[in-house]
Design a protein around this ligand. Structure first.
Ligand SMILES: *[C@@H]1O[C@H](CO)[C@@H](O)[C@H](O)[C@H]1NC(C)=O
Ligand SMILES: *[C@@H]1O[C@H](CO)[C@@H](O)[C@H](O)[C@H]1NC(C)=O
Length: 749
């Protein structure tokens, strides 16, 4: 996954596209595909006009999304490979086909599959043809119900306009839950009237759950519950979980102690107190109310005679809104309660919820297009976490205070990035298995919403590091096995490391202390103070704590510290940076500032002035926000490469390149560099090559003229020419629009 990050990042610098999952077939590969039996969505094109150009862009995005469902998206260019039957006729260019092997399941006018949502929803609907029933009239719906009775529950989606995000959300849900429920799609208004919708002309998408499985007699109708929220992925998922929850939960605990799934799903709970004498009646009331409030409010019947129940006798009911305390009240009639919820409590909450949902949806919307095997792989929603402890509301607090370090992943099962990351997370847990003081845990935020909101987790996936008596630390690194593993190992190093003699300082700087961490980072940063009473020591220690896992920091507060800056232009307090054994140390003066300012200062001095870019270190360098002066060198360490490196280094010391980030990529160690170069230039020229990518203007890339010798003075002249507008960008006029997958990686970062 690290690789994807680097690629996405560098591509986004030039607003180029991520490497796409869209396949281009030749006659040969098309023939092979026809024999493979696989499902493919294929567009046969020819020339490109503006409409087709837009369509192809959407095709690229849908290729990523449909990959999750095992469906390939393919383009055939008929002007290169004229495939019989499909590359001729007037329909050419305006139709796309869904194949299973050589059989056409369906063909679509490209006006129908106009964007990524439309492509995904239509293709999934066709693929799920036998699983999702399409009904047009109430009679057809009743036939589906009759087959399902005592067998399975039904999810009915009314989709007034096909191909919009609501349609896609329903189809994706059908893909995930299709083996559990019978899915039904309807478009007309006939079924709406049958379902009791007052204004069937409204163009809102809707969803109902028909409880057919539990009907006791086949002649009984299936009771139905409408979903009252906007039809999107997260709401459907929550709603289906609510439908699985028991209608009424009975308890002998005090309301504040009852734990029902509704609370974790952000839904209010109503508590009714029952007396032994009126138990039957109370149960019936609870049932009636629960039926009316199903999907919106959870109902709990509490046996008042239990000694655990502390409520004052004058109350016979209570409710609890998400994130709030229990409120007691006196119930006079069932209608009164329904009215209370529908007209007051839910109204307020609905508004809030809707706002929240919208936000959440926009995240999901982007991430849904993300590359991942997730939804497909986890169709049955089972995760095998083994070495990772799954936390619940009951176990969370105790677990995170028990270990020296508890790493907690907050995830959401419907989020493609989370599901892809979980694999890496498990690998890290396996690698650390048995190590003292470290434990990896996970919280499913779909189920334990309350924990996640208490911990202020709003984006997924999030990794927090907990230590006893300390604030949780956010893991800001990349979502890959190697990165997280390194971070955790470094987190175990005490920070700052307190040094007590010049000999220890030496062994710290040369990497003898923590030598087994050398492969994680050769860099050592040392704070030098003349005494432990220096005002700067405390903020430095705090900064060191904030940087645990990222940097190895030492502290030498001693009168001997003076020796380390002797003869240099810097006074104490100072920062000393060592980049590994044998590399000259760098010294910086240390201003008195807040811990967070110190953190950015330390991060900055830690960065190499002419770094080799790797997948791991890239984010820290990009944070500098400078234009890149990027040298690509080939696999072999040729003399040309060595010379080119030296030539760029020369103007560094005189500060002439300060407005840039001079850096290099070794294609042997970082193979993704080759594709980056291809994306930058459209081809891979003989190496080494130097390019400049200007972040400010976003999309321009300049290539140092290959015919000119790569020498310091030529490089400076070239930079001057670029800045004064005398050089042409290497790839003029590439699309400025970032494709969604890039943006989402960017965002996750
Ligand atoms: C097909 O190839 C031609 C020539 O290479 C190109 O101009 C055209 O844009 C391509 N068409 C599509 C749909 O990619
Ligand atoms: C969550 O944020 C609130 C408000 O910013 C803060 O008071 C609280 O301590 C935070 N909780 C955690 C666990 O960080």
């Amino acid at each position: 996954m690290c690789i994807v990050y680097l690629a996405a990042f560098l591509f986004s610098l030039t607003s180029e596209q991520c490497s796409s999952k869209l396949i281009e077939d030749s006659s040969q590969s098309f023939m092979e595909r026809m024999h493979s039996g696989k499902t493919s969505f294929i567009y046969f094109g020819n020339h490109v006009n503006p409409t087709i150009k837009l369509f192809v862009e959407q095709l690229v995005m849908s290729a990523d999304a449909l990959q999750d469902y095992g469906i390939s998206v393919v383009k055939v260019n008929c002007s290169k490979d004229a495939i019989a039957n499909y590359c001729t006729g007037e329909k050419l260019m305006t139709r796309a086909y869904l194949f299973r092997g050589s059989e056409v399941l369906r063909s679509f006018d490209i006006d129908t599959v106009f964007d990524v949502n439309a492509i995904v929803s239509h293709v999934l609907f066709s693929v799920l043809f036998n699983e999702v029933r399409y009904v047009h009239t109430p009679a057809e719906l009743l036939r589906v119900e009759s087959t399902a009775k005592q067998n399975s529950d039904i999810v009915v989606g009314h989709i007034p306009v096909l191909g919009l995000p609501e349609h896609r959300a329903l189809m994706e849900a059908a893909f995930v839950y299709g083996t559990k429920y019978q899915f039904v799609q309807t478009t007309g208004t006939l079924v709406l009237k049958h379902m009791g919708v007052v204004d069937p002309s409204s163009s809102q998408a809707r969803l109902w759950f028909l409880h057919c499985k539990g009907v006791s007699r086949r002649s009984d109708p299936c009771p139905s519950t409408p979903m009252r929220k906007t039809l999107n992925t997260i709401n459907i998922h929550t709603f289906l979980q609510l439908m699985e929850a028991p209608l009424v939960t009975e308890s002998v605990l005090d309301p504040s102690e009852v734990d029902v799934v509704h609370m974790h799903l952000g839904v209010p709970v109503l508590y009714l107190f029952s007396q032994p004498q009126t138990q039957h009646l109370d149960r019936a009331t609870a049932q009636t109310l629960a039926l009316q409030l199903r999907g919106e409010v959870g109902v709990v019947l509490i046996h008042r005679d239990s000694p655990n129940v502390k409520a004052a006798l004058k109350y016979n009911a209570a409710y609890r809104l998400p994130q709030e305390d229990v409120t007691y009240f006196t119930l006079n009639s069932a209608e009164g309660v329904v009215k209370l919820f529908k007209e007051e409590l839910l109204q307020e909450h609905k508004l809030e919820d809707e706002e929240e949902d919208e936000e959440h949806w926009s995240d999901l919307d982007i991430l849904d297009d993300e590359v991942s095997e997730s939804v497909y792989r986890d169709r049955d929603l089972m995760l095998d976490l083994e070495s990772v402890i799954e936390l619940t509301s009951d176990t969370f607090q105790t677990t995170v205070t028990q270990n020296e370090i508890t790493v907690v992943l907050f995830y959401f099962k419907w989020d493609a990035v989370c599901m892809a990351f979980i694999q890496s997370y498990i690998e890290v847990a396996d690698a650390l298995e048995g190590m003292n003081g470290v434990k990896l845990a996970a919280v499913n935020c779909g189920e334990w919403t309350d924990i996640c909101s208490d911990q202020n987790v709003t984006s997924f996936p999030t990794v927090l590091i907990y230590r006893p008596m300390a604030e949780a630390q956010l893991y800001r690194g990349m979502l890959g096995t190697k990165c997280l593993h390194g971070f955790i190992l470094l987190s175990l190093v005490s920070s700052p490391y307190l040094l007590s003699s010049s000999a220890e300082v030496m062994s710290f700087l040369e990497g003898d202390l923590y030598s087994k961490h050398m492969y994680l980072t050769p860099v050592r940063v040392l704070g030098l103070f003349s005494s432990t009473h220096d005002m700067g020591v405390t903020p430095f220690e705090e900064a060191a704590r904030l940087l645990r896992g990222e940097t190895i920091l030492g502290l030498f507060a001693h009168k001997e510290a003076e020796q380390w800056v002797e003869g240099l232009s810097v006074n104490l307090p100072a920062l000393l940076v060592s980049r590994g054994p044998g590399v000259p140390h760098e010294v910086y003066s240390l201003p008195s500032s807040s811990p967070t300012d110190l953190v950015s200062l330390i991060k900055q001095v830690e960065l190499d002035r002419f770094p080799e870019l790797t997948v791991e270190n890239l984010p820290w360098y990009l944070e500098l926000g400078k234009p890149l002066l990027l040298l690509f060198i080939g696999k072999e360490d040729s003399t040309e490469s060595t010379k080119a490196l030296a030539e760029i280094k020369r103007p560094l010391s005189s500060g002439q390149l300060d407005s840039f980030l001079p850096c290099w990529i070794h294609l042997g160690r970082t193979p993704v560099g080759r594709s980056i170069l291809e994306k930058y230039l459209g081809f891979v020229p003989p190496l080494p090559v130097l390019v400049m990518s200007r972040l400010k203007t976003g999309e321009e890339v300049f290539l140092f003229p290959p015919e000119r010798p790569l020498m310091a003075k030529n490089i400076l002249q070239w930079i001057h020419d670029v800045q004064s507008g005398h050089e042409q960008p290497a790839v003029p006029g590439i699309s400025h629009r970032l494709p969604l997958p890039c943006q989402s990686w960017h965002k996750v970062f």
